[in-house]
Ligand binder design. Structure first.
Ligand SMILES: [Zn+2]
Length: 404
């Protein structure tokens, strides 16, 4: 069983847009209400030992259980019967909003994410249908519950024989989109390690370096757009807040952000396919991305989009039958790939790896990628001996432009 998500642009009519907007707003209200309920419960359970607050204290009786997804769902169903505004919205869509809140809490508990926040007007941008009928599309129209048939740009064919697991309707500055998750019953054998192994090191000077000696420069999407963005934001700040001209100027800023994000994603996809063209196994470092983006070069790290690139690379490998694995990223730039001795820390400006023990010299990023490759092969159980001395000597380093 496996899932694939397809994205299409919708062509909603004016009435349908109004319905979407209304649903988003109702979902936002449900989300905020449920979050408030949970927050109040937490606040009532913690108190200072030595004093009470001067303003107010949260008092919820001791026997009231913690609000959970199921208890909130029950409350929602009961309340929906009395609220005409909520009855306009599909019940499952509202429940999915509560599930989203539950997920936010779980990722706070388990992955150390931040406390879920209230959503301001306009910041709630998507809702989910967890179920679609067996015939969910016909020609160039999707069939959505309650909303009915809705036109879309059929940019690619929708494969047959799949079950529609869910559909997410997303609002972007350029319009409305649908993300359709399809599921196939077919079982796919796990990809076994085979073919040409490639280790990949990511960085800011070179976006990636491979163990085959390929260096690809970083494409500076945001960097290039930054001047334009500054200009547009200046225009926004000169307008009266809330006026029509302000809204128009704001929209241009949003458009530019979306454009930059699209360019980056496109480039990541092309680069992933480029890597998969001549690889049977791909190894990458397991980086601590949150730690990196808070550091000195955080803006550049975020612009490069390493996290997104790794996700896309993993998907591309899956689609093309290439084995993918993450390996420990510790000290990849301090070890010589040729003799495996530690060479000590390099400054960022030091671009060449030159080993004091065996004399192996190459680009520093290529050396790091080769260390990643050795670790990856060790992890999948290939004899590392086969890679011992001399294997990497003579690999030419070639720089490729970021325009693929
Ligand atoms: Zn060495």
């Amino acid at each position: 069983m496996f899932n694939l998500t397809f994205e299409f642009k919708l062509k909603p009519t004016a009435t349908q847009v109004a319905v979407f907007e209304d649903w988003l707003e109702q979902c936002r209200k449900v989300y905020n209400y449920a979050l408030r309920e949970r927050k109040d419960w937490y606040n009532s359970r913690k108190c200072q030992i030595n004093f009470c607050s001067l303003h107010s204290e949260y008092i919820i009786p001791a026997e009231v259980p913690r609000p959970t997804y199921s208890s909130q769902c029950k409350a929602l169903t009961a309340y929906r019967k009395t609220s005409p505004a909520l009855q306009q919205v599909n019940a499952q869509v509202l429940q999915q909003t509560l599930r989203r809140l539950e997920k936010a809490f779980v990722s706070m508990w388990e992955q150390n994410h931040g406390f879920p926040r209230f959503k301001k007007k306009g910041t709630f941008r998507s809702f989910v249908f967890p179920q679609l009928g067996t015939v969910f599309h016909q020609g160039n129209r999707f069939k959505l519950p309650i909303i009915g048939p809705i036109k879309f740009w059929q940019s690619r064919p929708i494969p047959d024989g799949a079950i529609a697991k869910q559909a997410r309707v997303v609002k972007r500055s350029s319009g409305w989109y649908i993300m359709l998750t399809l599921q196939w019953e077919a079982s796919i054998p796990d990809i076994i390690p085979h073919g040409n192994p490639v280790g990949i090191d990511v960085g800011l000077t070179n976006f990636i370096a491979t163990s085959d000696g390929l260096l690809i420069k970083r494409s500076r999407f945001f960097g290039d757009a930054e001047r334009k963005l500054k200009l547009l934001q200046q225009r926004v700040s000169r307008k009266k807040i809330g006026s029509n001209t302000w809204k128009k100027a704001q929209k241009k800023v949003a458009f530019l952000h979306e454009y930059v994000a699209n360019c980056r994603k496109d480039w990541h996809r092309k680069l992933s396919h480029h890597i998969c063209d001549d690889a049977g196994m791909v190894f990458v470092e397991d980086l601590n991305l949150i730690g990196l983006s808070g550091a000195m070069l955080g803006k550049q790290c975020l612009d490069a989009g390493f996290g997104q690139f790794f996700n896309i690379l993993e998907q591309t490998c899956f689609k093309r039958g290439v084995y993918f694995q993450k390996v420990n990223a510790k000290k990849t730039s301090q070890i010589c790939p040729n003799c495996l001795n530690e060479t000590g820390k390099k400054e960022l400006s030091e671009r060449v790896h030159s080993c004091g023990h065996c004399g192996y010299t190459t680009d520093r990023d290529v050396a790091a990628a080769q260390v990643v490759l050795i670790r990856g092969l060790a992890a999948v159980g290939h004899a590392v001996k086969m890679l011992a001395e001399g294997k990497f000597i003579g690999i030419p380093v070639k720089q490729e432009s970021p325009r693929l």
